[in-house]
Design a protein around this ligand. Structure first.
Ligand SMILES: [Fe+2]
Ligand SMILES: [Fe+2]
Length: 309
Protein backbone atom coordinates (compact mmCIF):
# COMPACT_ATOMS: atom_id res chain seq x y z
CA UNK A 1 0.00 0.00 0.00
CA UNK A 2 1.18 3.58 -0.60
CA UNK A 3 2.07 5.65 2.45
CA UNK A 4 -0.82 7.20 4.35
CA UNK A 5 -0.08 9.88 6.93
CA UNK A 6 -2.22 9.16 9.95
CA UNK A 7 -4.03 12.22 11.25
CA UNK A 8 -5.02 10.47 14.49
CA UNK A 9 -3.56 7.76 16.72
CA UNK A 10 -4.37 4.07 16.41
CA UNK A 11 -4.67 2.12 19.64
CA UNK A 12 -6.15 -1.18 20.74
CA UNK A 13 -9.17 -1.35 23.03
CA UNK A 14 -6.82 -1.98 25.97
CA UNK A 15 -5.01 1.26 25.11
CA UNK A 16 -1.89 -0.12 23.50
CA UNK A 17 -0.67 2.57 21.10
CA UNK A 18 0.17 1.05 17.70
CA UNK A 19 0.65 4.28 15.72
CA UNK A 20 0.80 7.84 17.06
CA UNK A 21 -0.87 10.71 15.26
CA UNK A 22 1.30 11.95 12.36
CA UNK A 23 2.93 8.54 11.75
CA UNK A 24 3.37 7.27 8.21
CA UNK A 25 1.48 4.05 7.55
CA UNK A 26 3.28 1.87 5.01
CA UNK A 27 3.70 -1.86 4.54
CA UNK A 28 7.06 -1.58 6.31
CA UNK A 29 5.90 0.44 9.32
CA UNK A 30 2.89 -1.82 9.75
CA UNK A 31 5.00 -4.98 9.57
CA UNK A 32 7.36 -3.46 12.14
CA UNK A 33 4.41 -3.01 14.55
CA UNK A 34 3.14 -6.54 13.92
CA UNK A 35 6.60 -8.12 14.33
CA UNK A 36 7.37 -6.14 17.48
CA UNK A 37 4.39 -7.91 19.08
CA UNK A 38 4.94 -11.22 17.34
CA UNK A 39 4.75 -13.15 20.60
CA UNK A 40 1.12 -12.14 21.11
CA UNK A 41 -1.11 -14.68 19.46
CA UNK A 42 -4.83 -14.65 19.77
CA UNK A 43 -7.18 -17.54 20.30
CA UNK A 44 -9.83 -17.90 17.59
CA UNK A 45 -13.45 -18.26 18.67
CA UNK A 46 -16.70 -18.82 16.70
CA UNK A 47 -18.58 -15.56 16.30
CA UNK A 48 -22.07 -17.01 16.68
CA UNK A 49 -21.18 -18.64 20.00
CA UNK A 50 -19.77 -15.41 21.40
CA UNK A 51 -21.98 -13.65 23.96
CA UNK A 52 -25.45 -13.00 22.58
CA UNK A 53 -24.34 -12.55 18.94
CA UNK A 54 -26.50 -15.34 17.51
CA UNK A 55 -29.66 -14.25 19.40
CA UNK A 56 -29.01 -10.61 18.52
CA UNK A 57 -28.54 -11.45 14.84
CA UNK A 58 -31.80 -13.43 14.73
CA UNK A 59 -33.57 -10.71 16.66
CA UNK A 60 -32.46 -7.92 14.29
CA UNK A 61 -33.51 -10.03 11.28
CA UNK A 62 -37.10 -10.15 12.54
CA UNK A 63 -37.69 -6.49 11.68
CA UNK A 64 -38.37 -4.97 8.28
CA UNK A 65 -36.86 -4.68 5.77
CA UNK A 66 -34.61 -7.58 6.84
CA UNK A 67 -37.67 -9.67 7.67
CA UNK A 68 -38.60 -9.48 3.96
CA UNK A 69 -35.09 -10.15 2.70
CA UNK A 70 -34.65 -13.14 5.04
CA UNK A 71 -38.21 -14.47 4.94
CA UNK A 72 -37.33 -17.90 3.59
CA UNK A 73 -36.69 -20.17 6.61
CA UNK A 74 -34.55 -22.57 4.55
CA UNK A 75 -32.49 -19.63 3.39
CA UNK A 76 -31.90 -18.49 6.99
CA UNK A 77 -30.86 -22.00 8.03
CA UNK A 78 -28.43 -22.20 5.10
CA UNK A 79 -27.08 -18.80 5.97
CA UNK A 80 -26.50 -19.69 9.61
CA UNK A 81 -24.77 -22.93 8.62
CA UNK A 82 -22.31 -20.78 6.73
CA UNK A 83 -22.02 -18.19 9.47
CA UNK A 84 -21.35 -20.87 12.10
CA UNK A 85 -18.01 -21.58 10.51
CA UNK A 86 -16.75 -18.02 10.96
CA UNK A 87 -14.20 -17.54 13.75
CA UNK A 88 -12.34 -14.49 14.97
CA UNK A 89 -9.39 -13.61 17.19
CA UNK A 90 -10.83 -12.90 20.68
CA UNK A 91 -9.89 -9.16 20.79
CA UNK A 92 -12.00 -8.58 17.67
CA UNK A 93 -14.97 -10.17 19.41
CA UNK A 94 -14.31 -7.94 22.40
CA UNK A 95 -14.68 -4.92 20.13
CA UNK A 96 -18.26 -6.12 19.51
CA UNK A 97 -18.85 -5.96 23.29
CA UNK A 98 -17.51 -2.40 23.21
CA UNK A 99 -19.96 -1.39 20.47
CA UNK A 100 -22.84 -3.19 22.14
CA UNK A 101 -22.19 -1.26 25.36
CA UNK A 102 -21.37 2.15 23.91
CA UNK A 103 -22.71 2.44 20.37
CA UNK A 104 -25.66 0.19 19.60
CA UNK A 105 -26.00 1.61 16.05
CA UNK A 106 -22.59 0.26 15.14
CA UNK A 107 -23.19 -3.08 16.90
CA UNK A 108 -26.45 -3.71 15.02
CA UNK A 109 -24.91 -2.40 11.81
CA UNK A 110 -21.89 -4.72 11.75
CA UNK A 111 -24.04 -7.79 12.44
CA UNK A 112 -26.51 -6.87 9.70
CA UNK A 113 -23.71 -6.18 7.22
CA UNK A 114 -22.41 -9.63 8.19
CA UNK A 115 -25.77 -11.32 7.47
CA UNK A 116 -26.62 -9.35 4.33
CA UNK A 117 -23.19 -9.60 2.72
CA UNK A 118 -23.19 -13.37 3.30
CA UNK A 119 -26.58 -13.64 1.58
CA UNK A 120 -25.37 -11.57 -1.39
CA UNK A 121 -22.12 -13.55 -1.53
CA UNK A 122 -24.15 -16.76 -1.91
CA UNK A 123 -25.71 -15.26 -5.06
CA UNK A 124 -22.64 -13.60 -6.49
CA UNK A 125 -19.79 -15.91 -5.52
CA UNK A 126 -20.07 -19.54 -6.58
CA UNK A 127 -17.15 -20.67 -4.40
CA UNK A 128 -18.20 -21.77 -0.86
CA UNK A 129 -14.75 -21.11 0.63
CA UNK A 130 -14.76 -17.62 -0.83
CA UNK A 131 -18.22 -17.00 0.66
CA UNK A 132 -16.92 -17.85 4.12
CA UNK A 133 -13.84 -15.70 3.56
CA UNK A 134 -16.11 -12.78 2.73
CA UNK A 135 -18.51 -13.48 5.63
CA UNK A 136 -15.64 -13.11 8.06
CA UNK A 137 -15.18 -9.49 7.00
CA UNK A 138 -18.72 -8.26 7.72
CA UNK A 139 -18.51 -7.91 11.52
CA UNK A 140 -15.02 -6.37 11.30
CA UNK A 141 -15.42 -3.81 8.52
CA UNK A 142 -15.91 -0.97 11.07
CA UNK A 143 -13.55 -2.29 13.78
CA UNK A 144 -11.53 0.94 13.40
CA UNK A 145 -14.41 2.86 14.98
CA UNK A 146 -12.99 1.89 18.37
CA UNK A 147 -10.43 4.65 17.60
CA UNK A 148 -13.12 7.29 16.93
CA UNK A 149 -14.35 9.22 20.00
CA UNK A 150 -17.90 8.23 20.91
CA UNK A 151 -19.12 11.83 20.92
CA UNK A 152 -18.28 11.95 17.18
CA UNK A 153 -19.96 8.61 16.42
CA UNK A 154 -23.09 9.76 18.22
CA UNK A 155 -23.22 13.39 17.10
CA UNK A 156 -26.64 14.52 15.93
CA UNK A 157 -25.52 17.81 14.31
CA UNK A 158 -23.08 18.33 11.39
CA UNK A 159 -19.49 17.23 12.01
CA UNK A 160 -16.64 19.74 11.78
CA UNK A 161 -13.86 19.06 9.27
CA UNK A 162 -11.68 17.72 12.10
CA UNK A 163 -14.44 15.43 13.34
CA UNK A 164 -15.12 14.22 9.80
CA UNK A 165 -11.40 13.40 9.46
CA UNK A 166 -11.57 11.48 12.73
CA UNK A 167 -14.58 9.50 11.51
CA UNK A 168 -12.88 8.66 8.21
CA UNK A 169 -9.83 7.57 10.19
CA UNK A 170 -11.73 4.36 11.07
CA UNK A 171 -10.86 2.83 7.69
CA UNK A 172 -7.08 3.01 8.19
CA UNK A 173 -7.43 2.24 11.92
CA UNK A 174 -9.44 -0.91 11.13
CA UNK A 175 -6.82 -1.98 8.61
CA UNK A 176 -4.05 -1.63 11.19
CA UNK A 177 -5.96 -3.27 14.06
CA UNK A 178 -7.04 -6.26 11.97
CA UNK A 179 -3.54 -6.71 10.49
CA UNK A 180 -2.27 -6.63 14.06
CA UNK A 181 -4.74 -9.19 15.41
CA UNK A 182 -4.50 -11.52 12.41
CA UNK A 183 -0.70 -11.02 12.25
CA UNK A 184 -1.24 -10.72 8.53
CA UNK A 185 -1.66 -7.57 6.43
CA UNK A 186 -3.03 -9.62 3.51
CA UNK A 187 -6.12 -11.02 5.24
CA UNK A 188 -9.27 -10.10 3.31
CA UNK A 189 -10.74 -8.52 6.46
CA UNK A 190 -7.87 -5.97 6.45
CA UNK A 191 -8.49 -5.05 2.82
CA UNK A 192 -12.23 -4.69 3.47
CA UNK A 193 -11.65 -2.47 6.51
CA UNK A 194 -9.34 -0.21 4.51
CA UNK A 195 -11.31 -0.05 1.26
CA UNK A 196 -15.02 -0.36 2.11
CA UNK A 197 -15.55 3.41 1.69
CA UNK A 198 -13.73 3.54 -1.68
CA UNK A 199 -15.92 3.85 -4.78
CA UNK A 200 -15.55 2.67 -8.39
CA UNK A 201 -15.12 6.24 -9.64
CA UNK A 202 -12.40 7.02 -7.08
CA UNK A 203 -14.63 9.39 -5.08
CA UNK A 204 -14.32 7.51 -1.78
CA UNK A 205 -11.84 7.48 1.10
CA UNK A 206 -9.27 7.05 2.63
CA UNK A 207 -7.13 6.79 -0.51
CA UNK A 208 -9.56 7.82 -3.26
CA UNK A 209 -8.62 4.78 -5.34
CA UNK A 210 -11.06 2.96 -7.68
CA UNK A 211 -12.99 0.19 -5.94
CA UNK A 212 -12.22 -2.89 -8.00
CA UNK A 213 -12.43 -5.92 -5.74
CA UNK A 214 -15.86 -7.66 -6.08
CA UNK A 215 -15.66 -9.01 -2.51
CA UNK A 216 -15.02 -5.57 -1.03
CA UNK A 217 -17.84 -4.23 -3.17
CA UNK A 218 -20.35 -6.68 -1.64
CA UNK A 219 -19.45 -5.35 1.81
CA UNK A 220 -19.51 -1.75 0.55
CA UNK A 221 -23.05 -2.09 -0.84
CA UNK A 222 -24.30 -3.99 2.25
CA UNK A 223 -22.74 -1.22 4.35
CA UNK A 224 -24.47 1.58 2.40
CA UNK A 225 -27.83 -0.20 2.42
CA UNK A 226 -27.81 -0.88 6.15
CA UNK A 227 -26.66 2.67 6.92
CA UNK A 228 -29.64 4.00 4.95
CA UNK A 229 -32.42 1.77 6.27
CA UNK A 230 -31.47 1.79 9.95
CA UNK A 231 -31.80 4.76 12.33
CA UNK A 232 -28.79 7.05 12.62
CA UNK A 233 -28.11 9.90 15.08
CA UNK A 234 -27.58 12.43 12.26
CA UNK A 235 -31.03 11.96 10.63
CA UNK A 236 -34.63 12.42 11.73
CA UNK A 237 -35.51 8.91 10.55
CA UNK A 238 -34.21 5.98 8.56
CA UNK A 239 -34.68 5.89 4.77
CA UNK A 240 -37.70 3.85 3.79
CA UNK A 241 -36.73 0.76 1.85
CA UNK A 242 -37.78 2.01 -1.58
CA UNK A 243 -35.89 5.29 -1.21
CA UNK A 244 -32.80 3.45 0.05
CA UNK A 245 -32.81 1.14 -2.99
CA UNK A 246 -33.26 4.16 -5.27
CA UNK A 247 -30.26 5.86 -3.66
CA UNK A 248 -28.13 2.77 -4.25
CA UNK A 249 -29.40 2.45 -7.83
CA UNK A 250 -28.36 6.07 -8.34
CA UNK A 251 -24.88 5.20 -7.06
CA UNK A 252 -24.67 2.39 -9.64
CA UNK A 253 -25.75 4.83 -12.37
CA UNK A 254 -22.94 7.16 -11.29
CA UNK A 255 -20.47 4.24 -11.38
CA UNK A 256 -19.78 4.46 -7.66
CA UNK A 257 -20.77 0.81 -7.12
CA UNK A 258 -21.33 -2.05 -9.57
CA UNK A 259 -24.68 -3.17 -11.01
CA UNK A 260 -24.41 -6.89 -10.18
CA UNK A 261 -24.36 -6.44 -6.43
CA UNK A 262 -27.13 -3.80 -6.59
CA UNK A 263 -29.26 -6.15 -8.70
CA UNK A 264 -28.61 -9.01 -6.27
CA UNK A 265 -29.75 -6.81 -3.38
CA UNK A 266 -32.91 -5.69 -5.18
CA UNK A 267 -33.69 -9.28 -6.28
CA UNK A 268 -34.05 -10.20 -2.59
CA UNK A 269 -36.88 -7.67 -2.32
CA UNK A 270 -38.88 -9.22 -5.17
CA UNK A 271 -41.40 -11.89 -4.23
CA UNK A 272 -40.28 -14.30 -6.92
CA UNK A 273 -36.63 -13.62 -6.07
CA UNK A 274 -35.38 -13.78 -9.69
CA UNK A 275 -31.70 -14.52 -10.44
CA UNK A 276 -29.88 -11.20 -10.28
CA UNK A 277 -28.72 -11.46 -13.88
CA UNK A 278 -32.35 -11.37 -15.04
CA UNK A 279 -33.24 -8.31 -13.00
CA UNK A 280 -34.46 -5.14 -14.63
CA UNK A 281 -34.38 -2.07 -12.45
CA UNK A 282 -36.70 0.89 -12.71
CA UNK A 283 -35.00 4.26 -13.24
CA UNK A 284 -38.01 6.07 -11.80
CA UNK A 285 -37.41 7.90 -8.50
CA UNK A 286 -40.46 8.12 -6.27
CA UNK A 287 -38.97 7.88 -2.78
CA UNK A 288 -38.79 10.56 -0.12
CA UNK A 289 -35.52 10.96 1.79
CA UNK A 290 -35.72 11.83 5.53
CA UNK A 291 -36.55 15.50 6.16
CA UNK A 292 -33.60 16.07 8.52
CA UNK A 293 -30.26 14.60 7.48
CA UNK A 294 -26.94 16.32 8.23
CA UNK A 295 -24.76 13.53 6.85
CA UNK A 296 -21.97 15.04 4.76
CA UNK A 297 -22.56 18.59 6.03
CA UNK A 298 -19.57 20.35 7.55
CA UNK A 299 -19.93 22.58 10.62
CA UNK A 300 -17.61 25.33 11.79
CA UNK A 301 -14.80 24.19 14.06
CA UNK A 302 -15.49 24.59 17.78
CA UNK A 303 -13.04 24.99 20.61
CA UNK A 304 -12.92 21.64 22.50
CA UNK A 305 -13.37 23.67 25.75
CA UNK A 306 -16.76 24.84 24.53
CA UNK A 307 -17.99 21.38 23.65
CA UNK A 308 -21.04 20.31 25.59
CA UNK A 309 -21.65 16.85 24.08
FE1 LIG B 1 -17.15 2.20 7.65
FE1 LIG C 1 -20.14 0.36 8.14
Amino acid sequence: MPGLTLQHPIHTLDNQLLFPSGALLTKETLNAVIYSHRADSYQMYPLLLYGSVQEDCLDFLRFPPYATIFQDKKQIDGLFNLLETVRFPIPILQSLDYFKRHDLFTYTHVLMVFALSTLLAKDLIPDYEECIRLSATGPTHDTGKVCVPLHILKKTTPLTKTERGFLEHHAAAGYVLLSYYYKNTQHLACKVALDHHERRDGSGYPRGIPLKDPLVEIIAVSDIYDALIMPRPYRSSAYDNRTALEEITEMAKQNKVGWDVVKALIAHHRKAHPPYKEMTISAEKRGTPPSYNVYGMIAEEIDPKDRTE
